[in-house]
Ligand binder design. Sequence first.
Ligand code: SF4
Length: 212
Amino acid sequence: MRLPETADTFRRSLLQWSEENVRDFPWRERDRSRYEVFVAEFFLTQTPANNVADVYPKFLERYSSLQEIGEAEVEELEAVIEPLGFQRMRARALSSIAESQDELPGSSERLQELERVGPYVANATLCFADCAVLPILDRNVERVYSRVFGDQFPDSRSERERFCTEMLPESAVDVRTYNLGLLDFGAMVCTKRDPDCDDCFASEYCVYATRG
Ligand code: SF4
């Protein structure tokens, strides 16, 4: 796939932005296990990060491993997850995952076989916990790339995944930094309703900003 001419500039600027601005959350600490990162990403798919940050330490204190989730009653899990919403669905899915696995698998494909685990949660877990070289693609990432690259960001899901893969930096450590930066850039600067184009490093070449 041929990337837009501005891809390299954007990649380098985003990496630098990420090193300076990425947000601290408990699940982003470097020594977090795959299980601990997975729990956070599983909750973050439909819940704002600040809400997850309230429940996350309590959840891990009570369930420090998949085995402990497997030993818990679903109703108990529901009560702990309740402030996040979707507690029944989430508790059942976590319980079912814990019943079928002793450990979370280390491949994205196998993680995606688990109940209610999609490509985003699988790739984010492995990238952030294990520095796996994997792209992340959610609505925020799609919005950022669509704005910056306009029509050169493809339409189909499979082409978008390829695009996101080719945008990744070469080093695995940089991939983690880049993906975290992409998430936070979409949440803090290139927001859905009010993108801060005046203060954005990409404003000179971003299709959305330059077309007004
Ligand atoms: S210039 Fe505006 S629209 Fe473009 S990436 Fe930056 S914040 Fe988003």
